[in-house]
Design a protein around this ligand. Structure first.
Ligand code: SAM
Length: 247
């Protein structure tokens, strides 16, 4: 897949296979540490963490390795889950296909932490995401954290070293389709589609589901040392945001 091909939706075999090969360096430095740091000290035998929209299992596997979580990864894409099971098996991680809106196999107040990374931006359906957010609220024990990480809506059009979401200079409104380029490990670019939502829209998903107002973290990379030739955009601008709230 190259940058000049048609953008693709997220639930296809082609996208799952390309996503398997994505360049994860920025996510590894900016999203995963922020998520793990906020969950530090909460893991323990039998404690359940839910990775909603687990995709190829990158976050689920890290949660299981970082602490003694039992992890359930759930995703509506059978192709993504196939890759997660093949590439990131772990004795304390299970992967499950679901409809993207209903967590009906989980009882009320039964989950000790939930994470949802780069999922809302891939789903065009506000009503489904509202239902999903309410379900996450329902299954979390009182006080349990919910970490929602996503593309930073204030960073559209910025050329980061591994991604660009949105055209430079374009202005997007809630629900707009955003052409998105992701760098793959071999240096080629994958063209895909994400869906713009403002920070206020994210806040509203959370508030309507009964979550308290989130802390908003906008992680950037530390400044390059003197003599560095190029200054990557992710030093000045956060490609991602992490919204931290709790049930
Ligand atoms: C960009 S991938 C992110 C995967 C993984 N969370 C990560 O950070 O590597 C987006 C994933 O969200 C899933 N997805 C899309 N809509 C969803 C929904 N309503 N509920 C749960 N997952 C969804 C897609 O199938 C896909 O696997």
């Amino acid at each position: 897949m190259t940058a000049d091909e048609e953008p693709l939706g997220w639930d296809t075999t082609t996208v799952a296979e390309a996503y398997r090969d994505r360049d994860m360096r920025l996510a590894e430095r900016l999203i995963f540490p922020a998520v793990l740091r906020r969950l530090a000290g909460r893991a323990g035998p039998g404690r359940l963490a839910l990775d909603v929209g687990c995709g190829t299992g990158a976050v689920a596997a890290r949660l299981a390795s970082a602490g003694e979580w039992e992890v359930q990864g759930a995703d509506p894409s059978a192709d993504m889950l196939g890759i997660a099971r093949a590439d990131r098996p772990h004795p304390r991680v299970s992967y499950r296909l679901f409809d993207g809106r209903t967590l009906d196999w989980l009882a009320d107040d039964s989950v000790d932490a939930a994470v949802c990374c780069l999922v809302y931006c891939t789903d065009p359906d506000d009503e489904r995401l509202a239902a999903l957010t309410a379900e996450i609220r329902r299954v979390l024990r009182p006080g349990a954290p919910y970490l929602l990480a996503d593309l930073n809506p204030a960073a559209t059009g910025v050329a980061f070293s591994t991604l660009r979401h949105g055209e430079p200079g374009a202005v997007y409104g809630d629900g707009d389709t955003v052409p998105t380029l992701l760098r793959l490990r071999d240096g080629t670019m994958m063209t895909s589609t994400t869906y713009y939502r403002s920070l206020d829209r994210y806040r509203r998903f959370l508030a309507e589901a009964g979550f308290p107002s989130p802390a908003v973290e906008l992680p950037t990379l530390p400044a390059a040392g003197p003599g560095a030739s190029a200054v990557p955009a992710e030093i000045r601008t956060a490609p991602y945001m992490v919204l931290a709230t709790h049930a």
